[in-house]
Design a protein around this ligand. Structure first.
Ligand code: CA
Length: 235
């Protein structure tokens, strides 16, 4: 697993331990000692692939940080792993309400934390598991097992890359995907591709999808988002 992990935690020793171990596991890291600094760092490009977020921070709570991450379209899709202290039962629930993806209870083993991080990244990066029902979305139908795409019932011929791009977008619908993230997840960071490659492929994919092409929305300066509902949410 690779990726950029943001650690937001006010215990310096723990930050150092986490960063060291994450780096040993081949992640890149960033860290912040306060909630506000964490929000700030989360918005900086490249957007982190995951945030490890302490619940109890000196300025604002981890819940508030999580809410802020979720409400910003640039970071709304970034998974959050919460660190909580023993006995914070209610806060855990609330943590999930504000959109944390998972939590670990302090004191935890670093090994356990690394396993959770890897599991979340695997979950958000891989398309839906095999054997899934076809995804029906307005005029569009995507059958992942059979690599088939239909618009208004008519099959559309896509390349493997175009299919992977569409499947990635549609399974993460409603969540903004940065060009960088799409590059990593769809192309796997091949040497010869740039963010412009993403734009070119999205353009071609939209053309091929015809009437369903509008489901893929451009988020200016950031990337793309597959609509959360087939009908336009624009006024
Ligand atoms: Ca703390």
């Amino acid at each position: 697993m690779s990726g950029l992990i943001l650690v937001v935690e006010d215990e310096r020793d723990l930050v150092a331990t986490l960063e060291y171990n994450l780096q040993q596991a081949h992640y890149r890291t960033r860290s912040a000692l306060t909630g506000r600094a964490g929000i700030e760092l989360c918005r900086q490009e490249p957007i982190p692939d995951l945030v490890v977020l302490d619940l109890m921070l000196p300025d604002i709570s981890g819940l508030e940080v999580c809410r802020s991450i979720r409400s910003d379209p640039r970071t709304s899709g970034v998974p959050v792993l919460m660190l909580t202290a023993r006995g914070e039962e209610i806060d855990r629930v609330v943590g999930f309400e504000v959109g944390a993806d998972d939590y670990v209870v302090k004191p935890f083993s670093v090994r356990e934390l690394l396993l959770r991080v890897a599991a979340i990244l695997r979950r958000v990066r891989s398309p839906e598991p095999k054997g899934e029902q076809p995804i029906r979305f307005g005029r569009l139908e995507v059958e992942q097992d059979a690599y088939q795409v239909r618009v208004d019932g008519a099959e559309i011929g896509l390349t493997v890359l175009e299919f992977k791009l569409l499947a990635t977008l549609v399974t993460r619908r409603g969540r903004v995907q940065t060009r960088e993230r799409l590059l990593e997840d769809v192309w796997g960071y091949q040497a010869d591709v740039t963010t412009r490659t993403v734009d070119t492929h999205v353009k071609r994919l939209r053309e091929k999808l015809g009437g369903a092409g509008c489901y893929i929305e451009t988020v200016r300066g950031v990337g793309y988002r597959f609509r959360s509902r087939p009908e336009s949410e624009e006024p």
